[in-house]
Design a protein around this ligand. Structure first.
Ligand code: ME8
Length: 519
């Protein structure tokens, strides 16, 4: 039975169009999901939209539409973004689905049955933008004297009857869990933040609202809707069949990895495990808080006018170049910055000039000078073995190890070094000279390059799936030989050569990008 891997993104608030931060999270999670599939795991990849709460209700009111109609229209845009970016999700969940309401109510009931929910009155600060409650001591003061949340968003003094969750009772159990599972929160800096927060003491959490009705109804308490984060977090259960159960539920819970941004770590690493402990459900294995994507080093905001639509970037640069740039340039876990120039420079240097050029030079040489027949029985040399050993180390060992530990940019960096080594090899071996002077050596050089390019194309597929597939199609690599196990198969080149496959003159996979006008 294959290993299972259940991975999720956060579910986005569809209160505006998707932005590049949403695209970044989807792309990174997709690379992880694709990587795990290529490792032979059975993967379930869940993503979707978080459609309840005051923020959504207010956004709908501003547009004079019902929250349900607004959510429907906007959620479709997030799904379209995922499809445009080649995100291989298994399910796109919407929290307005009736099944999700039922799941949230079942979880609530399990927490209530444990004696962890009681009726009280909330008096305190609430940020609609963050959909979060804050303690007075957490607030910061703006220059104007106005109180703001630690994220810099406005807060309102809120007083209303509310159901509470006994979060305070979970402080010790949470701390024990973090100690027993040092990888539960990654990277280390986020783990430390959470430890400090929980060690500072936990207040009980208000988990229902009465001042609006756009949400999941609290069981047996019809004038209350659930706090949007309680319902939102439950999506990770709903997505695989809770509360009915069934094969997906049995196989995939607990989740292996929740990929989220740094601003929502508290909800995932404190509230979520406490809810699950209360309901008697196993906890996810890891919460990874990635960094913030900045536009030329600045936070994106509508007022600054630097919010970029991922669709425009994909149209301008191509989907795979955009994916490559984001995963290569931003160290996963840290903040990163992007600009059109940075995308152009990185993609031209790494993909067009290095990997693309390597593939183009080699494959068109074989097409032209060997009639497309893959050369065999050449005279090999230690240089060939050295190159193939280096490529094998990167594609079979280093890149998988880095991706396994979510060091995505480091994995890609190692891959690029192997691409450079191939380009040095082709320059020093000069097959165009060997063609006349030593055709037997030329054959061995071309065969080594073909194998190296194939292995590099397979290993980078999680990052640039379309380009990798196009290249492997052109190279005649069978669909069943495009995973990490296939890289271990020493006989596949000889088999392909013996099959009568003929390489056609390849079309360039990575056209050079032009620097954007006006910059
Ligand atoms: O937080 N750079 O939704 P959301 C990188 N509905 N990541 C970013 C980003 C940026 N500039 N801006 C946002 C929510 N994100 C909740 C989640 S999960 C049960 C509920 C990330 O639409 C953000 O950190 O505000 C989050 O992980 C995701 O995008 C959705 O953000």
């Amino acid at each position: 039975m294959p290993d299972r891997f259940y991975v999720t993104t956060a579910i986005s608030y569809p209160n505006g169009r998707p932005h590049i931060g949403h695209a970044y999270e989807a792309i990174a999670t997709d690379a992880i999901a694709r990587f795990q599939r290529m490792r032979g795991k059975e993967v379930f990849f869940l993503t979707g939209t978080d459609e309840h709460g005051l923020k959504m209700a207010q956004a709908a009111r501003e547009r004079d539409v019902t929250p349900a109609a607004f959510a429907e229209e906007m959620s479709a845009q997030f799904k379209a973004m995922d499809e445009r970016l080649n995100i291989s999700f298994d399910r796109f969940i919407r929290t307005t689905e009736p099944g999700h309401h039922k799941a949230s109510q079942t979880l609530w009931q399990a927490m209530a049955d444990r004696g962890d929910i009681y009726l009280g009155r909330y008096e305190g600060w609430y940020s609609v933008r963050d959909e979060a409650y804050y303690d007075e001591k957490e607030l910061i003061e703006a220059d104007s004297g106005e109180k703001l949340s630690p994220q810099g968003t406005p807060v309102d003094w809120t007083v209303e009857e509310s159901w509470f969750f006994r979060l305070s009772a979970y402080q010790d159990r949470l701390l024990q869990h973090y100690r027993d599972h040092p990888d539960f929160i990654r990277p280390e800096s986020r783990r430390n933040e959470v430890l400090r927060f929980v060690e500072g003491g936990l207040s009980d959490l208000s988990i229902s609202r009465t001042s609006f009705d756009w949400g999941v109804k609290v069981p047996g308490s019809d004038d209350h809707v659930m706090y949007v984060w309680l319902d939102a977090l439950t999506n990770y259960l709903t997505g695989i069949g809770y509360p009915e159960g069934g094969a997906s539920w049995e196989q995939f819970w607990p989740a292996d990895l929740h990929v989220i941004g740094k601003d929502v770590v508290r909800f995932h690493a404190v509230y979520w495990p406490a809810f699950l402990m209360s309901a008697g459900l196993p906890l996810p294995r890891q919460v990874f808080g990635h960094g913030w994507l900045l536009s030329r080093g600045e936070k994106m905001s509508k007022s600054v006018g630097n919010v970029v639509d991922p669709d425009d970037l994909a149209n301008a640069f191509g989907v795979d170049p955009l994916r490559y740039f984001l995963l290569r340039e931003v160290t996963f876990g840290q903040d990163g910055s992007y600009s059109p120039e940075a995308i152009v420079n990185r993609v031209n240097a790494d993909l067009a000039n290095s990997f693309g050029n390597l593939a183009q030079r080699t494959l068109s040489f074989i097409a032209k000078n060997c009639d497309g027949v893959l050369p065999t029985d050449g005279r090999s040399d230690p240089a060939d073995e050295a190159l193939l050993a280096l490529v094998a180390d990167v594609t079979r060992r280093d890149l998988p190890a880095h991706f396994e530990s979510l060091q995505l940019s480091q994995g890609i960096e190692g891959w690029l070094k192997a691409v450079f080594a191939c380009n040095q090899y082709i320059d020093s071996q000069a097959p165009w000279t060997l063609r006349k002077s030593d055709p037997e050596r030329m054959k061995a050089v071309l065969a080594a390059l073909f194998v190296a390019i194939r292995d590099l194309a397979v290993a980078i597929a999680p990052v640039i799936p379309d380009a990798s597939a196009k290249l492997l199609d052109a190279m005649g690599v069978p669909a069943g030989e495009r995973d990490f196990a296939a890289l271990e198969d020493g006989g596949s080149y000889e088999r392909l050569a013996a099959s009568g496959f003929r390489l056609a003159a390849p079309a360039p996979i990575f056209p050079r990008l032009e620097a954007p006008a006006g910059n």
